[in-house]
Design a protein around this ligand. Structure first.
Ligand code: NAD
Length: 265
């Protein structure tokens, strides 16, 4: 894929470390010739993200906490003054109180954490798109990350599933609104990946083992595979694709009865 992204510039939001899905995506984009800027949430992550960004030749590494809209504004102002325009944005941001990611949704969900989860994990995508679109004068591609707990009940995913459902609806509304400007908006629905955010979900180990037994490919996916699909969605290879939720989950979403169920014996 050498050169596929040559001449394209974009922003990667959501690298925490080299296990992050956003890092898998950034690595593939850089390999394909893209020029990247990164955001990090707080100085603790900044210390990890700066050397990673440097590895990919990036010098624009900016603080951004989506709960503080002034920091989001500042990122896009910097991109405007440094680059003038951008071609793509990756939003790989999610958060919820881990105490509400275990047990029954009906029992554990509070108003306070519901609102916070919605703002960080869903609404921030709208705010990012609103600021990215004016910088995409020649069109562009905006990508977010979701999980199948949005459309089917996954034990413990709880309020994150509700937020991801909102995020996926947002992908469709934003795709409809920005289509006339040549801006495409899509999501990747990734299967479970071992990351900091993934570790916050109750019984994550059981989810992995169930996926390995029951997904059509009989395995989980890795961040390089998510990165390859992101490369397609962020490049001109997918020029006719918008408003799509693209599954990169070893096919798990197509299954109904577990493949290992009694019926298959
Ligand atoms: P990760 O922990 O590596 O990344 C999550 C990122 O969200 C971190 O960089 C963190 O700093 C950022 N973040 C959280 N709150 C923020 C805030 N207020 N402001 C700015 N940034 C904030 O984990 P990941 O699994 O790579 O998560 C990336 C995305 O992928 C998330 O949206 C997650 O829900 C989604 N996803 C993850 C999986 C999985 O199994 N890991 C599967 C499907 C989708």
């Amino acid at each position: 894929m050498d050169g596929l992204m040559k001449g394209k510039r974009g922003l990667i939001m959501g690298v925490a470390n080299d296990h992050s899905i956003a890092w898998g995506i950034a690595s593939k984009l850089a390999e394909a010739g893209a020029e990247l800027a990164f955001t990090y949430q707080g100085e603790g992550f900044g210390r990890r993200v700066r050397p990673l960004a440097q590895k990919l030749g990036s010098t624009l590494v900016l603080p951004c906490d989506v709960e503080d809209i002034a920091t989001v504004d500042a990122v896009f102002e910097t991109l405007k003054s440094e680059w003038g325009s951008i071609d793509f944005v990756v939003h790989a941001i999610g958060f919820s109180d881990r105490n509400e990611l275990k047990g029954r949704y009906a029992d554990v969900t509070t108003r306070e954490n519901f609102s916070r989860t919605m703002v960080i994990s869903a609404y921030s995508f709208t705010e990012v798109a609103q600021r990215a679109a004016p910088l995409m004068s020649a069109g562009g591609s905006i990508l977010t990350l979701t999980y199948g707990g949005s459309v089917r009940v996954m034990p413990n995913y709880n309020v994150m599933g509700v937020a991801k459902a909102a995020l996926e609806a947002m992908v469709r509304y934003l795709a409809a609104d920005y289509g006339q400007d040549g801006i495409r908006v899509n999501a990747i629905s990734a299967g479970p990946v071992r990351t900091l955010a993934g570790a916050g979900i109750g019984d994550a180990r059981a989810m992995f083992s169930y996926q390995r037994k029951n997904a059509p490919l009989r395995r989980t996916v890795d961040i390089a595979e998510v990165g390859n699909s992101a490369l397609y969605l962020l490049s001109d290879l997918s020029s006719g694709v918008t408003g799509e939720i693209h599954y990169v989950d070893s096919g798990f979403n197509i299954t109904s009865m577990p493949i290992t169920s009694e019926l298959n014996k």
